[in-house]
Design a protein around this ligand. Structure first.
Ligand code: NAG
Ligand code: NAG
Ligand code: NAG
Ligand code: NAG
Ligand code: NAG
Length: 563
């Protein structure tokens, strides 16, 4: 019986037995060779080991734009000084007088040397990594040996952050055993701390799934070592997510009828809630503004929409009751869309906007928690994300049915699959900037196509003359020649078709990120079933990491699976 179908633990309990080897720490600092000098104000200065280590973090980034940024330099210098001896502190007072050039050159030479390594040296490193994975990369959870996702602790360095993060340049401390909380079961072999050290704590909490945790010093957030996505516990969570979306399928009509009724409610709060819900359902908007750590951009979700983010047009592009949306969503991706809405929704929006300033909340009686609470009342486990998952999955299933032509060959079927996937990505607003290499890779592909066309023309000419030849001679040998020339033409035609399909696919994919919806919103069983039904190798749809993540679905879905 597949592991994800096993009997589950009581509510909230994640495991009964958990044993692992603890984390792998970053290798200790290796002091620079004597001949690599650091200069301050033009004079050689020997740094203490601690100060030198932090200086090397800066030296390694010297060519990067970061080290020219004021905030980065200021934060770095402040943290660096904390690691200095009092003597160093009194000497080194101005970062601009520090010369890291020799250090930087030393590290560049090292990187170069690594690239030039012999096969044997590379093999040795590979073997050492494999040894680490074997020893630390697995744990035992209940009756299963499971892969651990990230058992190595990140080495110390300088914090970068996204955009203009105010903390960039700060020192990301080295994590020590004394920072580490180990989580494992009471009856397991507790991993021993490195010699001479102690763990911060060993606990036995089977309501959580992490094995190791610590608090990082920049944002104060808790970091965890967890299982690989391919593990039973992650697979089960993924499976549950799609089962929730399938439950929504059963009651979505009722929910829709309910919010339609609520558009007429006497209570303003209920009307606002009903319109917001309509947006979430129809446009797959997010509920609130879920921001990334440190993200400072002004991004919004459905509940936090402001008056300035929408424009109402009683008529536009020949359609009635149009709403024009323009705002920054998650990760600062612009959401721009013009959609016709029902008359009652339009009238309600006019009402919500009355006497308001552009910067006022559109839904002033609503916030994310109220909306989420309401969703819970409609269906257990319902969140805005479930609507997305439901709509994305059902759309993929419909599109696949529509676009797959039974007589197509495998490349053409895969093109259909990608088109179905793209329809979903557009629905979810998963756009991207065209990759930098796009034009170049398209040109390369076009060159290949042209060459293939020439090759095909040649092959056809050869076939023609072989046929003519065969008419004259009428012997077995020329018959065979014709057959083999025919086969060659067919083979080249197939190769050409494959290249052309690839070009179409790439062109259509230019501004769409397929992997977000593929990984997060599409029930993998739909894709697996489609592959099984049409005899498409699953590798054509999911790469290795994705196959691991969706192992549960690959195992479970039959060709007649219906979302
Ligand atoms: C730091 O050193 C730079 C380069 O020598 C110099 O231009 C700058 O004025 C110094 N800053 C301070 C505060 O002394
Ligand atoms: C999914 O979303 C699209 C775009 O809003 C909508 O037109 C469609 O009706 C939705 N499909 C389902 C089944 O909810
Ligand atoms: C949302 O609104 C409710 C009721 O007005 C209030 O009690 C709650 O604190 C608000 N929540 C947030 C996160 O603002
Ligand atoms: C598989 O695709 C994902 C994107 O979904 C990518 O991040 C990952 O690196 C790929 N893995 C392999 C092994 O190609
Ligand atoms: C440090 C850490 O991760 N602590 C968490 C451990 O698990 C409990 C729940 O059992 C949380 O409350 C802690 O925050």
């Amino acid at each position: 019986r597949p592991q994800w179908e096993e009997e589950r633990h009581p509510e909230g309990i994640k495991w009964k037995f958990l044993e692992h080897k603890g984390p792998v720490f970053a290798p200790p600092y290796e002091p620079l060779p004597e001949n690599v000098k650091f200069y301050y104000d033009g004079k050689v200065m020997k740094l203490s080991p601690k100060a030198e280590e932090v200086a090397t973090f800066f030296a390694k980034m010297l060519d990067h734009e970061y080290t020219t940024k004021d905030i980065f330099r200021k934060n770095f210098f402040k943290d660096w000084r904390k690691e200095m001896t009092s003597e160093e502190k009194s000497t080194i007072t101005n970062l601009s007088k520090c010369d890291f050039t020799q250090m930087s050159q030393y590290f560049k030479a090292q990187t170069e040397a690594r690239k030039q390594m012999s096969k044997e040296e590379k093999q040795k490193i590979k073997e050492e990594n494999e040894r680490l994975v074997k020893e630390y990369g697995f744990c035992v959870m209940d009756n299963h040996k499971e892969r651990i996702a990230n058992f190595k602790i990140e080495p110390p360095g300088l914090f970068r952050g996204r955009g203009n993060h105010p903390k960039m340049g700060m020192l990301k401390r080295r994590i020590m055993p004394e920072d580490i909380i180990i989580n494992c079961s009471k009856d397991s072999k507790v991993p021993p701390p490195p010699p001479g050290h102690k763990w911060k704590e060993v606990r036995h909490d089977n309501k959580v799934t992490w094995l190791v945790s610590w608090t990082e010093n920049i944002q104060g957030s808790i970091k965890y070592i967890m299982l690989n996505p391919s593990s039973r516990i992650k697979g089960e969570k993924d499976w549950q997510k799609y089962e929730t979306a399938r439950r929504l399928k059963k009651c979505v009509d009722k929910i829709r009828n309910q919010y339609r009724e609520d558009w007429k409610s006497k209570e303003m709060k209920v009307r606002q809630r009903a319109v917001a819900l309509y947006f979430i359902d129809k446009l797959a908007l997010r509920a609130g503004n879920e921001k990334e750590e440190g993200e400072t951009a002004d991004t919004v979700g459905c509940c936090s929409l402001r008056v300035e983010h929408i424009n109402l047009h009683p008529e536009l592009d020949g359609q009635e009751y149009m709403v024009e949306f323009d705002f920054l969503g998650k990760d600062s991706i612009r959401y721009y869309n013009k959609v016709p809405v029902e008359k009652r929704v339009f009238k309600n929006l006019q009402l919500f906007m009355e006497n308001k300033q552009p910067e006022d909340d559109l839904f002033d009686r609503l916030n994310t928690s109220i909306l989420n609470k309401h969703l819970q009342d409609l269906m257990e486990g319902l969140t805005a994300k479930v609507f997305r998952t439901y709509n994305a999955s059902i759309t993929l299933q419909q599109q696949l049915k529509e676009l797959t032509t039974p007589d197509d060959n495998i490349p053409a079927k895969i093109l259909s699959y990608n088109r179905a996937n793209r329809a979903v990505a557009i629905l979810c607003n998963h756009q991207r900037a065209p990759p930098k290499t796009f034009e170049k890779s398209m040109m390369n592909l076009q060159t290949k196509i042209d060459a293939k066309k020439d090759q095909l023309a040649d092959a056809r000419r050869e076939l023609k003359s072989a046929k003519a030849d065969a008419k004259v001679r009428r012997d077995e040998k020329s018959k065979k020649t014709v057959e083999s020339k025919k086969k060659a033409v067919q083979r080249i035609e197939e190769q050409l078709m494959k290249l052309e399909v690839q070009a179409t696919d790439r062109e259509e994919n230019k501004q769409i990120a397929l992997s977000t919806s593929k990984l997060n919103y599409l029930d993998p069983r739909i894709s697996v079933a489609w592959c099984k039904k049409w005899g498409i190798p699953i590798e054509k749809i999911y790469n290795k990491t994705q196959r691991e993540k969706f192992a549960w679905a690959i195992d479970m879905a039959e060709e007649d699976y219906e979302f």
